[in-house]
Design a protein around this ligand. Sequence first.
Ligand code: GUN
Length: 291
Amino acid sequence: MQLLDGKLAAQAIKEDLHQKTSTLLQQGKRAPHLAAILVGTDGASETYVASKVKTCAEIGFESTLKRFPSTITEEELLQEIDELNNNDAVDGILVQLPLPKHISDDKVINKINPAKDVDGFHPVSVGNMVSGTPTFIPATPYGILLLLKQYNVETSGKHAVVIGRSHIVGTPMSILLSRKSNPGNCTVTICHSATTNLKEICLQGDIIVAALGQPEFLTADMVKDGAVIIDVGITRVADASKKSGFALKGDVKFDEVSVKSSYITPVPGGVGPMTIAGLLMNTYNAYMNKQ
Ligand code: GUN
């Protein structure tokens, strides 16, 4: 079993972007600039956004964090996005999801200028991705592709089983793995809550992407020997032995599944850091597209 070390792979990408940013600054240009919007005080969202902003600083990117109370109206939020759309010094905009119930995710995502849509959630980005036109790819699937590439994991002709059909991970992942590219060129099965024979399908998977958000869901009896396991889950589970009061659990029962796998991502330190790397790559590309 080989660990797919997302922390290590992300470090290499961050060093490359840091180098590129230093060169831009030496040329008298400005640095790429990511603007993040955080609404409310959800603990996990706070952690993710803080991590994104911190990583921008590490590699010399500029970042702006705009925080709003969960009482902000949809209209006010759309107005804030418009201001960022019109700000030439901002290259990438991300609105951390989930949003409060009274705000429509779709309206907010549709408001972002597709040229700044570094999350790759805008319908224009999704359409381009599906038709194979170069575009912003959602950060988590993008990070997973970068990780598979970094470790030279063979994907062509393999059966990839994606568990979960979210717009953020499962759906784009299934499309990207089925594309004629490397990584990609897989036969893909996408499973979800209505899948009746999930275990049988998982047992056929050469590659399994677990992205359903249920801690330790994928167990050893669902996995064939030598499978590649990508664990997207990261759920806070109460744990009195931890100072924070919680432990982070993936969607995969790591101890037993890792023994059967050829490659596996740890949680934390697998897909998480690669998601940030994917976002930073998108932000750099958004900047370069304007040059
Ligand atoms: N919430 C969970 N994952 C993501 C992500 O990749 N981007 C945004 N904006 N919100 C998220």
